[in-house]
Design a protein around this ligand. Structure first.
Ligand SMILES: Nc1ncnc2c1ncn2[C@@H]1O[C@H](COP(=O)(O)OP(=O)(O)O)[C@@H](O)[C@H]1O
Ligand SMILES: [Mg+2]
Length: 174
């Protein structure tokens, strides 16, 4: 085992260091301002279907190493992934966070906990759950852009639109 460091350009380096808790870690260097803010919120209130953050600051995010990329074999694994991600999504929405960028690339498998976990909050935002209005709006790229092209602009709508695409693809393929 080793720790993995991903720099701002997406290049990877490995190291033998463990963190102060004695774990190897995945380090994402140079998080966006909003990504850092959201991860800082999550580290204070973790969830079993979201990657476990060890240390979060504006320079880098240190988290548990997950198995990526995942490959889904069969219906029961697809259903497990969907169930786990419904858990992650409900938790995030209850805590004012809109994930938006739902895709298998951003989900890993935890061998220790036997669950799928979500990571990469680069394109997530925050919202007011009473009014369904954006507080911190993420960059209007990819998933968000795709929702807007379908006349969906509100936080929960944008999130649902992309979550449903991921779920539908999984159900069709398995
Ligand atoms: N905690 C992790 N454990 C293992 N691999 C990870 C982890 N976080 C990210 N990765 C790997 O790095 C890639 C890019 O990380 P990600 O946070 O998704 O950044 P980007 O914003 O570039 O998509 C992921 O697709 C995955 O392969
Ligand atoms: Mg990603």
């Amino acid at each position: 085992m080793c720790s993995i460091i991903m720099d701002k350009d997406g290049d990877f380096q490995v190291s033998n260091f463990k963190n102060s808790l004695g774990y190897y870690y995945f380090r994402k260097v140079g998080p966006g301002k909003l990504e850092y803010k959201i991860c800082n919120q999550i580290i204070q209130k973790p969830h079993q279907n979201i990657v476990k953050f060890y240390i979060v600051n504006s320079i880098s995010l240190d988290m548990e190493i997950l198995q990526t990329p995942i490959s889904i074999n069969g219906e029961s694994q697809a259903l497990k992934l969907i169930t786990d991600m419904i858990g992650a999504r409900n938790y995030l929405l209850e805590n004012g966070i809109v994930y938006v960028d739902w895709k298998l690339d951003n989900i890993g498998w935890s061998e220790t906990d036997n669950v799928f976990k979500l990571f990469d909050f680069d394109l997530a935002g925050t919202f007011d759950s009473k009014t369904n209005k954006w507080i911190d709006e993420p960059d209007k790229l990819f998933a968000y852009k795709n929702a807007m092209e379908n006349d969906i602009f509100d936080p929960v709508g944008v999130d649902s639109f992309n979550f449903n695409i991921m779920v539908n693809e999984l159900l069709i393929e398995h």
